[in-house]
Design a protein around this ligand. Structure first.
Ligand code: CO8
Length: 256
């Protein structure tokens, strides 16, 4: 059960999922996305799981983004399919899950990694965590809901700044902006996530489920998400995209 890219456990009504791709800073490739989906489906069905905690292995990264090496040669159609599938099986799937999902952000949460944390219902960050949406530095834009969920959490002005600069912010700034709910020293991260999970578990499961549905409806319409997928896929195959991805893979700065 625990020999793949994720490690799972059920303990005291908490379903734990740890992403286990530490050498690649837990970057999300397609197999990992599918595996996370399977794990979430299992926990959703499992009556003894009341809250899910998602974290990354190691102390360096929660998730450093979508796996850049995987989509380097994609054309717009493939990019659109990748984004639609990822949103369906993982990002929107988490957002719409009937059990609360807490992201315990144990390090870098970048690009698809921050989008994953934002799709979760609550976020606790370790003090050293760094967060950002650096996609524009790669010649793309966020494709897993970042352009929609970031402004919903921190306001449009702050979101525009983060997305257009691609800058990373630290945990304290993220807390001040409302991007995370709590910041704790790294060694207290899992304990803080358990404490929060226990507080949620004291409340009525039906009410939690219905509240999640109602809160999701406050995020706006699906039109914004559709526009993101369109604009994301249109980046693929451009000269900017080729330069941005090549620069990352060659470990150099891009020249746009
Ligand atoms: N994809 C693939 N590999 C990665 C990624 C990634 N996102 N991040 C890190 N890695 C790999 C590195 O290539 C390296 O591998 P190797 O040892 O084989 O060379 C290993 O992880 C360790 O990374 P570094 O050596 O770079 O570690 P550093 O401590 O020097 O730097 C950083 C850490 C700053 C986090 C750096 O790794 C970095 O900048 N990573 C990329 C961050 C990034 O740009 N993330 C956004 C990716 S794009 C994205 O997520 C798009 C989302 C929308 C996609 C929707 C698809 C449909």
């Amino acid at each position: 059960m625990n020999d793949r890219m994720t490690w799972i456990e059920i303990q005291d009504k908490i379903g734990w999922i740890k992403i286990n791709r530490e050498k690649k800073l837990n970057a999300l490739n397609r197999d990992l996305i599918d595996e996370l989906h399977e794990r979430l489906v299992d926990f959703q069905k499992h009556s003894s799981v009341k809250v899910i905690i998602l974290t990354g292995s190691g102390d360096k990264a929660f998730v450093a983004g979508a796996d850049i090496s995987e989509f380097s040669s994609f054309d717009p159609q493939q990019a659109e399919a990748l984004a639609l599938n990822g949103n369906r099986v993982l990002f929107d799937f988490i957002a719409q899950l009937e059990k609360p999902v807490i992201a315990a952000i144990n390090g870098y949460a970048l690009g698809g990694g921050l989008e994953l944390a934002m799709a979760c219902h609550l976020r606790i960050a370790a003090q050293h965590a760094k967060m950002g949406l650096p996609e524009v530095s790669l010649g793309v834009i966020p494709g897993y809901g970042g352009t929609q969920r970031l402004p919903a959490l921190i306001g449009k002005g702050n979101a525009i700044q983060m997305i257009l600069t691609g800058d990373m912010i630290g945990a304290d700034k993220a807390l001040q902006m409302g991007l995370v709910n709590q910041v704790v020293p790294a060694e207290k991260l899992l304990e803080a996530a358990i404490n929060l999970a226990e507080r949620l578990m004291k409340n009525a499961p039906h009410s939690i489920k219905n509240a999640i549905k109602a809160l999701n409806a406050a995020d706006g319409t699906s039109k914004g998400f559709q526009e993101e997928t369109l604009q994301f896929s249109k980046c693929f195959g451009t000269a900017d995209f080729e330069e941005g991805i090549a620069a990352f893979l060659e470990k150099r700065k891009p020249q746009f």
